[in-house]
Design a protein around this ligand. Sequence first.
Ligand code: CAA
Length: 285
Amino acid sequence: MSIERVGIVGGGQMGAGIAEVCAKAGVDVIVHEINDELADAAEARVLKSLARAVEKGKLDGDAHGAAISRLRFESDLMLMADRQLVIEAVVEDERIKTELFDHLDRIVKAEDAILASNTSSIPITRIGRATQRPQSVVGMHFFNPATVMPLVEIVHSVTTSDETAAGAAAFAGDVLGKVVVHTKDRAGFIVNMLLCPYIFEAIRMYESGFATKEDIDAAMVNGAGYPMGPLTLADLIGNDVMLAVAESLHAEYGEPQYSAPPLLKRMVEAGMLGRKTGKGFYDYT
Ligand code: CAA
């Protein structure tokens, strides 16, 4: 199946980034948000990023216009009916995701359509179970910023069919030009299982007063070759996402290195989610 019509549910930082990548790759994209105001905000997010790409000389005027013409921002989920691939990128809340997949199952018409989740922490098997077609449900895990990071993890649940996984992988690799890796459906997949305990340790180190946040970040950039330090990265990913990943890793493996540092919980409770709220480990206001 050649995928030409994609739906993205959720126009936050991940959904907007994925939508932009799809539109630039020549695919017709509908981005769904829960109301018109949020749909407008998602549109503004993508337009700003596309304009920045033009400014930087990464996109010419024609490609910019073409990408915009392929994008629609809507609040009516029924518009997902004709989509061949829907990628869900809503909040990391299992109840919200399973309800959404139940709706998508009833709305998306094509029997061979792929229903994908960009979740970083919720088992794809549980999301698939909310539908009558768990064989068509797969994980497509993008990385933040989605417009820049080359990787997509294709997550095979115990019920995902080989055709669905192959279709999702071909779309991510051949159409979007991403690097594709395959993983089974266990918490953290490949990247988060390795990356998140490292970030949690950095938060514990900072919380205990062992070193300043600036020195922890500077140490890992200059001593270990990371593009950004762990606390700056937590702010980029979003501290709410980090907490959701910690809870899921800890529930799955029960090991202390996966537990959420208390400071991370307090910061999320205080709305210090990182760049997206203007405050996290650092101040972005
Ligand atoms: N949003 C969108 N684009 C951004 C951005 C942002 N917040 N920050 C930077 N960029 C873009 C820039 O526009 C630029 O794009 P072009 O090359 O097309 O011009 C590119 O990134 C490089 O930017 P800069 O030169 O300004 O900055 P940099 O060299 O410091 O790179 C970075 C920025 C790409 C974010 C780099 O620091 C990096 O790779 N950081 C690590 C990111 C990472 O590890 N992401 C994975 C997180 S884990 C995850 O997402 C999974 C999960 O489930 C939690």
